[in-house]
Design a protein around this ligand. Structure first.
Ligand SMILES: Cc1ncc(COP(=O)(O)O)c(C=O)c1O
Length: 324
């Protein structure tokens, strides 16, 4: 058995989708998915404790302990999590002590801890791996996207020899080869991208400019319908709500995230919308993930264009309310 978080997203192949709590993706494939147990994700904005309670099962990691006890420790193979939330929680960051607790629980029960760094790895959050600031080493690290700078279809899994040996001594090799796996051109693009990041100190730059981005986008929290602004490095998530006081989301039918995304695009700003994280259906957020070479003045431009786009959308919402 694998344990995963909810919300979470790990991909669309069958086991990855089984581990993903994204109902609007899962619904088309439900009969083919396997059973993966879920525990609540550490998602401070949507948790009653707001991430402040060290005793909160979701925010502290204790929910994993409870799930392992319920399933039976000898039945649990692995726990998978994104060290910083990707699309499903929009750059949400767990409490600083979360992954140390996860590591300790996994060690005690001999459960493998898999860090899904496909979105947040390769420098995006200002460290090579988003798990680093938690001072924890996962058993398996999954990477993709940024390891080739997005220029070639490349993903990879890193694991220590004690895990590789288990495969070697078992089946002897992976039993899921594909035509283009281990592709030398993709690997060459990956090496070139990583060398470029290192040579130009772009991860360090991402940390430095990331601090600027987080400070400046923080100002967006004052705008109407902006419920939360969060993130790390050059990854920011902005969550929209109908009511800022209660964190109540817009009804899905309002398509707020999609409407905002179109308005932002009209202002020349590309954001990444996501929906459904508030309760599985409702919830609107967008993510900002600029290139590592962004400048301070371009960050200011992002914030300004974001504000203009939001004004357009909010005017539209007000207009619809008046018309009704
Ligand atoms: C956190 C995370 N894990 C896994 C994946 C799946 O990667 P792929 O689309 O390459 O299968 C994604 C894709 O967006 C992701 O964001």
């Amino acid at each position: 058995m694998i344990i995963a978080l909810a919300p979470a997203y790990h991909g669309n192949t069958l086991l990855a989708l089984s581990a993903s709590a994204r109902e609007h993706y899962r619904m088309f494939f439900r009969e083919w998915l396997v059973d993966v147990q879920r525990i609540p994700a550490p998602y401070p904005y949507r948790c009653p404790c707001k991430g402040r309670d060290a005793g909160c099962p979701a925010c502290s990691g204790a929910a994993l302990e409870h799930a392992i006890a319920r399933i039976g420790p000898d039945q649990v193979a692995a726990f998978i999590a994104e060290p910083v939330g990707g699309s499903s929680t929009g750059a949400s960051t767990p409490r600083p002590d979360y992954f140390a607790r996860i590591r300790e629980i996994c060690d005690r029960h001999q459960v493998l801890f898999v860090a899904d760094e496909i979105l947040v790895g390769a420098g995006r959050t200002g460290t090579w791996w988003a798990i680093e600031p938690y001072d924890v080493v996962p058993d398996i690290l999954v990477m993709g996207k940024g390891i080739s700078g997005g220029y070639a279809a490349l993903s990879a899994v890193a694991a220590p020899e004690r895990i590789i040996d288990g495969i070697v001594d078992g089946s002897g090799s992976f039993m899921h080869a594909q035509t283009f796996s281990h592709h030398p051109v993709a690997c060459a693009a990956g090496l070139a991208a990583v060398r470029h990041l290192k040579a130009h100190k772009l991860v360090e730059r991402c940390a430095e400019l990331g601090r600027v981005l987080q400070r400046r986008v923080g100002a967006l929290a004052a705008l109407p319908h902006v419920g939360d602004v969060r993130g790390r490095g050059l990854l920011a998530g902005i969550e929209f709500v109908e009511d800022k006081a209660t964190c109540a989301p817009f009804p899905r039918a309002a398509r707020f995230a999609e409407t905002f995304t179109e308005a932002a695009q009209a202002e020349g700003l590309v954001v990444w919308p996501n929906v459904g994280h508030a309760d599985g259906t409702n919830g609107d957020l967008v993510m900002i993930a600029p290139p590592f070479i962004i400048t301070e003045s371009e960050i200011d431009e992002i914030v300004a264009r974001f504000g203009v786009a939001l004004q357009t959308v909010v005017k539209g919402v007000g207009q619809r309310v008046t018309d009704n």
